[in-house]
Design a protein around this ligand. Structure first.
Ligand SMILES: Cc1ncc(COP(=O)(O)O)c(C=O)c1O
Length: 423
């Protein structure tokens, strides 16, 4: 295969705008060759369009040589595609340069990298301010850091309907003077959109650096990291139609320069001698060993795929589904909504609820018999659910391929479950 064909196979932005909804299921082999059905767990991981699957295969078949090493053409081609993917990611999130993009395994890996790499920048007694909306990935790495360095961890409270309590945030900023604030852009448990621009501006004014968890936000809201002004932004490829095992840490150049590399090995060094080693430039400094380059290249294809939608209409589609889901659920006996929509507020891509007589796990099992896949449990957000006084919820989460038909199937499953578990 010629070089230009390999590049073309991984370069898949279409000039025709894609329209979200049932029609684009034709682009996802999951719905034709795979189990299909009403897949309502896209917040956990999205299904993959054929272009992403093809891209992965193309690289492994036609450009499979280790990157940044070989002097032969195949390795140069793999390296070129890998570097292109970094540029695509940088463009998608409005980063100033591809040097601010570190390829990691996912959002969790990115947060752990910052928590380890910035360890020397914290002093005992410093505070890290999180929020009660965070995924465990944006809590546990900081708790581990706090234990190692003798730091305090504080949490901004949320309201009873699951919004960030901005009064509490302001008070904690003023009283605790945190060194770092780490907050999600879009909560995976409730679909809450945080006022992230305000969070970043207030935190900076109070002298704190800000890490934004964009694991959900990147696909469902989008971001311009320069306009937002955050210090770090993290996300996973598999939640934005890309492969697993690949994700992104964006860092402002001056922040990445100050992080210590947390893994040593090949590719992250400028030299190695028996006396010691020197580090490569950022971002290679943080990418020790052979990277997941086929996955990174396929992530670049997922970036093209996402940019084939008009972002506003994609967001509007997912908002409409949330709205329709809430309407449907409000009409069902025994159902309680959790999150901002329960009080008429805005949610994106996610709806959480419980049913009076049916445990969420039982509901998920019954729904599965209708070929409806929903998530049940604490959604890796135990502090959020505890604050709302529930142990588990049912979560519907949408992607570009979700449609109103899925909601009818959920309604049928709710009715059957309530019949089975009638008091
Ligand atoms: C808001 C949020 N942050 C972080 C993560 C962790 O992502 P990953 O498991 O891909 O590292 C998730 C996963 O669900 C998430 O929803």
């Amino acid at each position: 295969m010629e070089r230009r064909n390999v590049v073309a196979a991984t370069d898949n932005a279409t000039k025709d705008r894609l329209v979200p909804g049932e029609g684009i299921r034709a682009l996802f082999p999951f719905f034709s060759e795979g189990p299909g059905g009403c897949y309502l767990d896209s917040a956990a991981t999205t299904q993959k369009p054929a272009v992403v699957l093809d891209s992965l295969r193309h690289v492994l078949v036609h450009a499979n040589a280790n990157v940044h090493r070989g002097a032969y053409r195949l390795s140069a081609l793999a390296s070129e595609l890998y570097d292109d993917a970094r540029q695509k990611v940088a463009r998608m999130i409005g980063a100033p340069s591809e040097c601010t993009i570190v390829f990691v395994r996912g959002a969790t890996d990115a947060i752990n990298l910052v928590a380890r790499g910035a360890e020397h920048l914290f002093s005992p007694g410093d505070t890290i301010l999180l929020s009660l909306l965070e995924h465990h990935s944006n809590i546990v790495p900081w708790q581990m850091l706090a234990k190692r360095r003798g730091l305090h961890i504080a949490f901004t409270d949320i309201t009873d309907d699951g919004r960030l309590n901005m009064d509490d945030f302001r008070q904690k900023l003023a009283a605790l003077k945190p060194k770092l604030v780490a907050v999600t852009q879009l909560a995976n448990s409730l679909g809450t959109v945080t006022p992230i621009e305000e969070v970043v501006a207030l935190a900076h004014k109070a002298g704190a650096q800000v890490l934004v968890d964009g694991a959900q936000g990147v696909a469902h809201l989008g971001v311009d990291v320069q306009r937002l002004g955050c210090d770090y932004y993290v996300f996973s490829g598999h939640k934005m139609y890309g492969p697993t095992g690949i994700g992104v840490l964006y860092g402002r150049p001056e922040r990445l320069e100050k992080l210590e590399p947390v893994q040593g090995g090949g590719d992250m060094i400028s030299y190695v001698s028996t006396d010691g080693s020197g580090w490569a430039e950022v971002p290679q400094r943080f990418e020790a060993g052979t990277p997941a380059f086929p996955e990174a290249i396929a992530l670049g294809t997922a970036v093209d795929f996402l940019s084939s939608f008009d972002r506003k209409s994609l967001i509007a589609h997912e908002r409409e589904l949330v709205h329709a889901a809430c309407e449907m659920l409000r009409g069902e006996t025994g159902v309680t909504l959790h999150g901002p929509a329960s009080a008429g507020g805005e949610q994106v891509a996610v709806v959480s609820f419980s049913i009076d007589t049916v445990h969420p796990h039982d509901f998920a099992t019954i729904a599965d018999t209708h070929n409806v896949q929903v998530r049940a449990g604490n959604h890796c957000a135990m502090p959020t659910l505890r604050r709302l006084g529930v142990q588990a919820t049912v979560r519907l989460s949408f992607g570009a391929y979700s449609c109103a038909k899925d909601l009818g199937a959920v309604r049928d499953a709710i009715r059957e479950a309530r019949k089975l578990f009638s008091r």
